[in-house]
Write a protein that binds this ligand. Structure first.
Ligand SMILES: *[C@@H]1O[C@H](CO)[C@@H](O)[C@H](O)[C@H]1NC(C)=O
Length: 218
């Protein structure tokens, strides 16, 4: 009887897991992903069309953080004293002296060039120094792009774009000023994004959750 009784539970679990992990392709313009609680089961996986084969990378996104926390081929995180930390191929480097605002949108771009090994982080149009990070291996092979999970993040993320090259400061400035014609990601494009939402992370319209922000990001 015991084993029989446990079947429906098992079935329910699986049914739920299946319906929760739905992968869709959408334009997420004016949408934000909300991470309401800090837990690794809540994440959003972004699916790129291609495997990686590029000598440099730029990742841009806007985030608003409620709780900073710790966060591996390429990771942008905030360490406890509000240092931006970039991990490339498992080696990390900290960038200090950059702006950070709790409960406000922070616009961040991180670049890394595998030829020079130099990384740079831009936050709200303030560029860091260029730092040599890690080994000089280009990004190759399958990618797993995840928002939230390892960062165990609570807050909002929007406008995630990943480029197969190091963008010029001018193009980064266009992204940060949300210029009408800023360059959309050619590896991950927020406006045409195949993604899977897991746990309590959810995609919501941006206007309903951005009443904290000032005008600058629109
Ligand atoms: C990925 O493929 C889809 C469908 O072919 C296309 O519409 C989209 O623009 C591609 N995404 C990127 C980032 O190139």
């Amino acid at each position: 009887m015991k084993t029989l009784a446990s079947y429906p539970f098992f079935f329910l679990c699986c049914g739920l897991a299946w319906s929760e992990l739905k992968t869709v392709r959408r334009c997420l313009r004016e949408k934000v992903i909300i991470f309401p609680e800090q837990a690794t089961k809540n994440y959003v996986q972004l699916h790129a069309n291609d495997t990686m084969d590029f000598p440099g990378i730029t990742v841009c996104l806007l985030f608003s953080l409620a709780t900073p926390s710790e966060a591996n081929d390429f990771t942008i995180s905030l360490s406890p004293i509000n240092l931006y930390k970039l991990q490339v191929h498992g080696t990390s480097s900290e960038f200090n002296g950059l702006p950070f605002k709790l409960n406000r949108w922070n616009s961040v771009c991180a670049t890394w060039n595998s030829v020079s090994g130099f990384a740079q982080v831009f936050v709200d149009e303030v560029p860091s120094v260029q730092k040599a990070v890690a080994v000089k291996n280009a990004f190759k092979g399958d990618s797993k792009v995840v928002l939230g999970q390892n960062l165990a993040f609570t807050g909002f993320i929007t406008d995630v774009h990943v480029y197969k090259e190091v963008l010029t400061p001018r193009l980064i400035k266009n992204f940060m000023e949300a210029k009408i014609k800023f360059k959309l990601g050619d590896y991950i494009n927020w406006r045409n994004l195949k993604h899977t939402v897991a746990g309590s992370a959810s995609v919501e319209p941006r206007q309903h959750v951005t009443f904290y922000t000032n005008q600058e990001e629109n």
